[in-house]
Design a binder for this molecule. Structure first.
Ligand SMILES: *Cc1c(COP(=O)(O)O)cnc(C)c1O
Length: 234
C-alpha cells in the first residue's frame, strides 16, 4: 500500500464509521478506531499516524515488542497507544503489561492474576477487556458466557487491573448481518453486568468485514486491519 492509498482507506473507513454511528443514533466520536497492524511495517504505521490514527492493535506480544521498541524513536508521539487484541500466553504477561495500554484478551482468572501481579510490580493499573466466546466454532479462546459474571466479580477485586469492558470475535461470515446476533449478545451481557453493578463501558467488536453492524449493536472499539492496510501477506 502506498501512503496515498492508506490515507484514502482511512478517509473511507472513518466516513463509514460515522455513518453507521449516526444510523444507530450514536455519536461518531464515541467509536474508537483501532488500526490492526499485525504484519504491517513501521513505515506503513507512520502513514496511518500521518492520517490521524493513534490507536494500534497487535495480536502477538513478540511482534508487538519489536515494533513498539523500533517505533519509539522513529515515531515520537506521546498520544500513540498500543492494544493487545490477540491471545495472551501466561509467560508473555509481563511483557504485555509493559507494552500495552489495554489488553483485550483476558479470558481466565489465572491469566488475570498473573497480569495483576505484573501490573503491581510495574506500578501500573492495567486496563483490560474480557474476551467472551459466544460460539464453539470461533477461536479456542474466550470466557464462556455462563462463567462471565463470576469472572467479572473475581477479576474486579484485583487491585492492579481495571476491567473496561468486553471483547468478542464472532465467526467469519460473508454476510456481516450474520454476525449481528453475536454483537447483540455481547452488548446484552454487558448490560446485564451493569445492572449487577459493574461498570463496563467498552465493547470491542467488529473487524473489516462487519464493523458497521458491530457499531449498530453498540461497539465502542472497532479493530480494523485489512480495510486500512490491504490484505496481509503473512
Ligand atoms: C487481525 C484481527 C483483526 C483485524 O482483522 P481485519 O479483518 O483485517 O480487519 C481484528 N481483531 C483481531 C482479534 C484480529 O486478530
Amino acid at each position: 500500500m502506498t501512503g496515498a492509498q492508506i490515507f484514502e482507506n482511512i478517509r473511507i473507513i472513518c466516513g463509514r464509521i460515522s455513518h453507521a454511528a449516526i444510523r444507530a443514533g450514536r455519536k461518531p466520536e464515541d467509536i474508537k478506531l483501532i488500526a490492526v497492524t499485525k504484519t504491517i511495517s513501521i513505515q506503513q504505521i507512520k502513514e496511518a499516524i500521518d492520517a490521524g490514527l493513534r490507536i494500534f492493535g497487535e495480536s502477538k506480544v513478540q511482534e508487538a515488542r519489536e515494533k513498539i521498541q523500533d517505533s519509539r524513536c522513529k515515531i515520537q508521539d506521546a498520544d500513540i497507544q498500543w492494544h493487545l487484541i490477540g491471545h495472551l500466553q501466561k509467560n508473555k504477561a509481563k511483557t504485555a503489561v509493559e507494552l500495552f495500554e489495554i489488553i483485550h484478551s483476558i479470558d481466565s482468572v489465572e491469566l488475570a492474576e498473573i497480569a495483576d501481579k505484573h501490573a503491581e510490580k510495574a506500578g501500573k493499573i492495567q486496563k483490560i477487556l474480557l474476551q467472551v466466546k459466544l460460539s464453539d466454532e470461533i477461536s479456542k479462546y474466550g470466557i464462556l458466557k455462563d462463567n462471565l459474571f463470576e469472572l467479572v466479580r473475581e477479576i474486579s477485586e484485583m487491585k492492579n487491573l481495571r476491567i473496561e469492558g468486553l471483547m468478542t470475535i464472532p465467526p467469519f461470515f460473508e454476510n456481516p448481518e450474520s454476525a449481528r446476533p453475536y454483537f447483540n449478545e455481547l452488548r446484552a451481557l454487558r448490560d446485564k453486568a451493569e445492572i449487577m453493578g459493574f461498570n463496563l463501558p467498552e465493547l470491542s467488536m467488529g473487524m473489516t468485514n462487519d464493523f458497521e453492524v458491530a457499531i449498530e449493536e453498540g461497539a465502542t472499539m472497532v479493530r480494523i486491519g485489512t480495510a486500512i492496510f490491504g490484505e496481509r501477506s503473512k
